[in-house]
Write a protein that binds this ligand. Sequence first.
Ligand code: FAQ
Length: 311
Amino acid sequence: EETEQDRAFQERIDRKEKIEPKDWMPEGYRKTLIRQIGQHAHSEIVGQLPEGNWITRAPTLERKAILLAKVQDEAGHGLYLYCAAETLGISRDEMTEMLLDGRMKYSSIFNYPTLTWADMGAVGWLVDGAAIMNQVPLQRTSYGPYARAMVRICKEESFHQRQGFDIMMKMAQGTTAQKKMAQDALDRFWFPSLMMFGPSDKDSVHSAQSMAWKIKMNTNDELRQKFVDQTVPQAEYLGLTVPDPDLRWNEETGHYDFTEPDWSEFMDVIKGNGPCNADRIEARKKAWDDGAWVREGLMAHAEKRRAARVA
Ligand code: FAQ
């Protein structure tokens, strides 16, 4: 049963007004935002692991400096997004606990291993490419703190995407072995990247309500199609082959026809059974446990200062 308050809220959304932390909002709106922003934040943090894996093995000092900066950017995005979620009345500690005990998710993509240096190219090109495709429209999302966070994040992600494409370019124009490595990275990351946009629209439980509230600006399938349309010509430019025999340009629709990812694999990965799920959670749990003394130290320091001010 829709109340007067709900109706007034929806009218604000329809007028494209931004909703701010202290404004009244329906509980469902708050919950959905905490879920989506929290999941997004966790993705940025867990997303450091696959690339962190290659920092010590980057082929040149320059590549190492670039990768290090990129991974640090992801940490920054995570912290930004945790702050945005905290404005909705949940703490970072709570969200972290929910991640570690499986009540909150992070993007499926980070459960795949990064086996070669070419994977750093594929992650930047495809994973950051998919991330931007999803995040550019979110700069117009209805919740003010989330929309504003997206502006800076998108600028940094577009640099990340370019650096990934640059790695792919070097590899694709390199020796036969390097070109093979680039093709292998594309082969392994193509379908998992398509899964980043979420299940197909008919199976997306949250899309209708989230779009009505302008928490999401597009459906999962719309963004997936845009990503394919943008990325296929880039693969051609690289001289690499997208691992989809049914991929073809469709004159009538003005879009590429393509094969959907294996949705049973997707469901399996988001249930925790992907190739790296256990490793990722274990790494996060270790970081959280190892950092306990820092958090306790900071709290003790803050407590002392408060006491000193009162005295
Ligand atoms: N992975 O009803 P929908 C990055 C879940 S970019 C895992 O369609 P929704 C940058 C979904 O939560 C990656 N779970 O859901 C970077 C729901 O389950 P629940 C992060 C997924 O929310 C690059 C169920 O399936 N970006 O990190 C996935 O309306 C390189 C039903 O799905 C964002 O989070 C998935 N891929 O649409 C960092 C963007 N897809 O919660 C490091 C913001 C769906 O009911 C290196 N998020 N699920 O248990 C969104 O736009 C949306 O949340 C979607 C999903 C589009 C991801």
